[in-house]
Write a protein that binds this ligand. Structure first.
Ligand SMILES: Nc1nc2c(ncn2[C@@H]2O[C@H](COP(=O)(O)OP(=O)(O)OP(=O)(O)O)[C@@H](O)[C@H]2O)c(=O)[nH]1
Ligand SMILES: [Mg+2]
Length: 307
């Protein structure tokens, strides 16, 4: 694939050229300066709705998305999906084939991409935010972000979204632990997925009770296999997207902008700070000195940061 200039990419993206959009997202993964330039050149789109979906491996996130997205498209939405696989560069590639298949089913109103943040210095969250912002500016009204797991990193990614939903299934034994651990404070809704499986009703009762206790939104029971609950989910996503479109959440946009600026500034500060304190060679010298017992590690740090 030939590398196109920022101007070429921007005009391609605004005309709906998928190839150009793909190159732009690749730039996010590999060439942050180019991605920055792209962002500056595309018109802002504050009305896009970002939905984070998280949950343990195998809870059925991808299946759920593959059922929900066509229904959203049928309702006239343009939907992009970003699958973030922070842990595994290996399966990240393997899963891509799966995802490409999903993408080709979606037509022009759908876009699917699995995101690897390997080249990026701003980490997974930064990479995801950047890609989501480009997709919003490319005209996608709904951006779904799939992340695996419910650890710190996923929460960080989730805070980049306007809403994050957690999928639980009766097969995953850790649901009750999670609820007790306060997961409802960081997600806006729980989907009790695989509601066709034994134990789903009991799990649903647990989640309902926890949601009531903590003043969280009611959970929805969904089976992507039988289709139960999918229409309810679609209605919830559509109404959230409409609300965002008619009254963009300025606080969130500002917060995202703030984090984006801070992330980029941190990178520059590190680069400048390193140069000012003598660069990598100075670090090597200090490492030698600490290693030889001439100075303490703490003194080495002071020498680096004092300047
Ligand atoms: N019984 C039942 N099985 C389901 C349902 N949805 C998905 N599955 C199955 O669950 C398995 C995992 O589904 P995926 O959609 O790949 O799960 P995932 O959460 O995306 O997994 P990772 O991306 O690996 O984290 C597959 O074998 C699906 O066929 C459902 O509603 N009911
Ligand atoms: Mg998946």
């Amino acid at each position: 694939m030939s590398s196109r200039t920022v101007e070429e990419l921007v005009s391609g993206i605004l005309c709906g050229q998928r190839r150009d959009l793909a190159q732009a997202i690749t730039a996010v993964e590999q060439d942050e300066l180019k991605a920055d330039a792209l962002l500056s050149a595309l018109p802002p789109a504050p009305g896009a709705f970002r939905l984070g979906l998280t949950g343990a491996p195998g809870v059925g996130k991808s299946t759920f998305i593959s059922k929900v997205v066509p229904l959203l498209i049928e309702s006239g939405e343009k939907v992009a999906v970003l699958a973030v696989d922070p842990t595994s560069p290996v399966t990240g590639g393997a899963l891509l084939g799966d995802r490409a298949r999903m993408s080709s089913d979606m037509g022009d109103a759908g876009w699917f991409r699995s995101l690897a943040s390997r080249g990026s210095t701003s980490g997974v969250a930064g990479c995801t935010d950047h890609a989501a912002e480009i997709l919003a500016r490319a005209g996608f009204g709904i951006i779904i972000i799939e992340t695996v797991g419910v650890g710190q990193l996923e929460v960080e990614i989730a805070t980049e979204a306007d809403q994050s939903w957690l999928l639980l299934s009766p097969e995953g034994g850790d649901a009750i632990q999670l609820l007790k651990g306060g997961v409802l404070e960081v997600v806006q809704r729980v989907i009790v997925h695989k509601s066709d499986r034994p134990g789903a009703e009991e799990l649903m009762r647990w989640v309902e009770e926890a949601a009531r206790d903590q003043g969280a939104a009611d959970p929805v029971a969904v089976s992507s296999q039988t289709g139960i609950g999918l229409n309810e989910v679609v209605d919830l996503v559509l109404s959230a997207a409409k609300a965002q479109r008619s009254k963009p959440d300025e606080g969130r946009s500002k917060e995202r902008l703030r984090r984006r600026l801070l992330r980029r500034a941190e990178q520059e500060w590190i680069k400048k700070g390193l140069e000012d304190s003598g660069g990598e060679s100075q670090i090597d010298r200090l490492v030698d000195q600490v290693f030889e017992g001439q100075i303490e590690a703490r003194e080495a740090l002071a020498k680096l940061t004092d300047r």
